[in-house]
Design a binder for this molecule. Structure first.
Ligand SMILES: [Zn+2]
Length: 182
């Protein structure tokens, strides 16, 4: 399956590392982001799961970043793009927060990147969904109530959080909160 993946926009990773971007996550940098970042992600619809070290010694790692971009690909159109590194930092910070509260470490992704065609077919998706820009994720931690799932992102104050019946949305765009159907 991966051979057929269309890996777009990964060229800027070609130098082996990404430059640390100016971070909207600065406030949580010392608390959650100062140690090696290993993200535990599952994909609900494919059953994939991976523990990915994607940042260490002050830099993003090309192998880890690539694996995360593939894990969070658009499954329907089978396309992966370069996702925002800040999104992975956000999920990682929420992971650390969850673990500190004895909650599930794995984050189950229900939707990551969405091509425009996929987004237009996604029920309830915003026309200009952040998923199309590679800086949003939908998912949840198992055995954690959906409100607490939302709190694990909202507590970080680093982007948008949407609370839905079956998942939460998190992005690194503007800090805002909404709920739908709950
Ligand atoms: Zn979403």
């Amino acid at each position: 399956m991966h051979r057929r993946l269309f890996l777009r926009n990964l060229a800027c990773l070609a130098g082996g590392v990404l430059i640390n971007p100016a971070s909207g996550l600065a406030a949580i940098q010392d608390t959650y982001l100062s140690k090696p970042r290993e993200l535990w992600l599952k994909r609900k619809h494919t059953g994939e799961q991976d523990k990915v070290l994607y940042w260490d010694n002050g830099q993003y790692l090309i192998d880890g970043m690539t694996r995360l971009c593939i894990l969070t690909r658009d499954i329907e159109s089978n396309q992966a793009v370069q996702m925002s590194p800040l999104l992975f930092d956000l999920i990682f910070a929420s992971q650390e927060l969850a673990v500190s509260h004895r909650m599930q470490r794995w984050f189950t992704v229900t939707s990551g990147y969405r091509a425009i065609s996929t987004n237009s077919r996604t029920e309830g998706a915003a026309h200009l969904s952040r998923h199309q820009y590679g800086d949003a994720v939908d998912g949840y931690r198992e055995n954690v109530g959906m409100t607490d799932n939302a709190r694990l992102f909202w507590a970080l104050q680093s982007g948008g959080v949407g609370l839905y019946a079956g998942h939460v949305h998190a992005d690194v765009y503007k800090t805002r909160f909404w709920r739908k159907g709950v």
